[in-house]
Design a protein. Structure first.
Length: 492
């Protein structure tokens, strides 16, 4: 108890002592100017139909990128590219889904037996080819042929001309070095390629989320279905979908079979193979002559999943993180007390398509890697009552100014975790920076108070809690100011 109080008092003293009183007053003035009202307005803008769900590569995303760059400019946050531009481009093919299409269970005579409903039962494939395919359904588990691992979902089934019913992910669920051997089979793109190679006509993917991180293959039509539909398709086979799936994972043994049912999938899409997308990069030059050569990167993905069948607004994922860092950028730029180190803001494109934007960032860095203190990522930070800073326990020096600011001014629950080695494929922009050797923190929200509609049409602004977004921006403003001015932070 004593120790707790003494460290509390020490924390307050440290924070107060960090700035002279007049400076603290000026900082608090900017701090209080951050308002949930403005953050919600910005999230409403980015979630609106004019940006079409911000699918990376599409004109809607490009318009959102222009809007963000304009806001940075208004706030006097300078362009982050050497050529004086806010935009860092990279190739990004994309597919427009023109309407919801259809998924229909067929009777023996090929007449429709049941029309599934969008969006309750299925989502069209975000990278489906256009057209109609039909055929017998074959359940192929995870759709993996891994001879070196003694595992082949296709071993005892002929899938030529058939519609496959397939799981996402891997039958191996551990996170250890064995996962490394499975990693390449976890990619959607591998599964698509393998199914096409074997002559499948198309597939039903058991994962009802919109997902542009798949590949467009000529003539290959697919749709996403939920587990309820998968269970229904198993009716009459003498097996249960959930048990079959669980048994494959438990035994790491394939369990593929013909369902004796027919299905028809229709999709209406247009593919744009030669499109490009961009990161939006802004910069606030450090105020300290020495420390300004070192930078802190603040990132959030701006893209979402587009309009596959209807608008998917992407408010929480990741309109929230985008407007949080935009508000922090505005505050840091307006602050009378300037950050000593340089702050770089990156609104990533292509996250949902396969982490294209963050990969571009580490391949063509706008700041020398050896001069970057850390990268702080925000993804889905706008629903709840508290904060989580992942990796914070592994980097106490980076964590400290955020914990101090929360303790003194925000009083939110704040949890942090140690860096967890991930043996699987990277899933976030932060993971791309981790892999490239940067120190990273990820700020998210905890204590969810609204339902989370992940990659779903209902991920709109009703799914947000603006007060936690305001506090996330305030936490970033104070924490980054503290981090930028701390001379004792070691780089890398
Ligand atoms: Zn996201």
């Amino acid at each position: 108890m004593y120790q707790k109080y003494s460290s509390l008092i020490l924390l307050c003293l440290l924070f107060l002592n960090a700035y002279p009183q007049d400076q603290e007053k000026a900082i608090l003035k900017t701090f209080h100017s951050i308002s949930s009202h403005d953050l919600l307005n910005d999230a409403t803008e980015l979630s609106s139909a004019k940006y079409g769900g911000r699918l990376s590569g599409s004109p809607g995303y490009q318009a959102a990128a222009l809007w963000v760059a304009d806001r940075l400019k208004q706030a006097s946050v300078k362009p982050g590219l050497n050529d004086g531009s806010y935009f860092q481009y990279f190739p990004n093919a994309y597919t427009d889904v023109l309407n919801p299409g259809s998924v229909t269970l067929l009777a023996g005579n090929n007449n429709p037996r049941k029309e599934y409903k969008f969006p309750d039962d299925y989502f069209p494939g975000s990278n489906s080819a256009s057209g109609t395919v039909s055929g017998e359904i074959v359940y192929v588990g995870f759709g993996i042929s891994a001879p070196e691992l003694g595992y082949d979902d296709y071993k005892n089934v002929d899938v030529k001309g058939k519609i496959l019913l397939m799981e996402t992910g891997l039958p191996y669920i551990g996170n250890d070095s064995t996962l490394l051997k499975w990693e390449k089979y976890s990619y959607h793109r591998y599964k698509f390629q393998r199914a096409k190679e074997l002559g499948a006509a198309g597939f039903l993917y058991v994962s009802k989320i919109a997902n542009p991180n798949t590949s467009y293959l000529e003539g290959f039509v697919y749709a996403h279905i939920g587990e309820t539909v998968a269970e229904e398709l198993f009716d009459g086979t003498g097996r249960k979908y959930s048990e079959t799936n669980a048994a494959i994972k438990k035994n790491i043994q394939p369990n593929s079979f013909v369902l004796n049912k027919k299905v028809q999938i229709s999709a209406s899409t247009k593919h744009f193979p030669d499109s490009r997308s961009c990161n939006v990069v802004g910069i606030i030059e450090g105020s300290d002559p020495k420390l300004k050569s070192e930078a802190i990167i603040l990132g959030a993905h701006l893209d979402a999943v587009g309009s596959p069948g209807c608008l998917f607004p992407g408010a929480l994922d990741n309109g929230s993180g985008s407007v949080d860092i935009l508000a922090a950028a505005q505050a840091l730029a307006a602050s009378a007390v300037k950050p000593a180190r340089t702050i770089i803001f990156i609104f990533f494109g292509g996250e949902e398509c396969g982490l294209y934007g963050s990969s571009k960032s580490v391949q063509s860095p706008v700041w020398p890697k050896e001069k970057v203190v850390c990268m702080i990522n925000l993804d889905m930070a706008g629903n709840g009552t508290g904060f989580r800073i992942s990796n914070g326990k592994s980097h106490p020096d980076l964590m400290r100014p955020f914990a101090d600011a929360n303790e003194k001014y925000l009083h939110r629950d704040l949890i942090s975790s140690e860096t967890r080695v991930n043996f699987g494929r990277p899933r976030t922009d932060a993971a791309v920076f981790d892999k490239a050797g940067y120190r990273t923190l990820s700020l998210g929200t905890t204590g969810t108070v609204k339902p989370v509609y992940y990659h779903h049409p209902l991920d709109n602004t009703d799914a947000l809690t603006p007060e936690i977004m305001e506090d996330a921006a305030k936490l970033l403003y104070l924490g980054i100011l503290g981090l930028a001015g701390n001379k004792n932070i070691s780089i890398q």
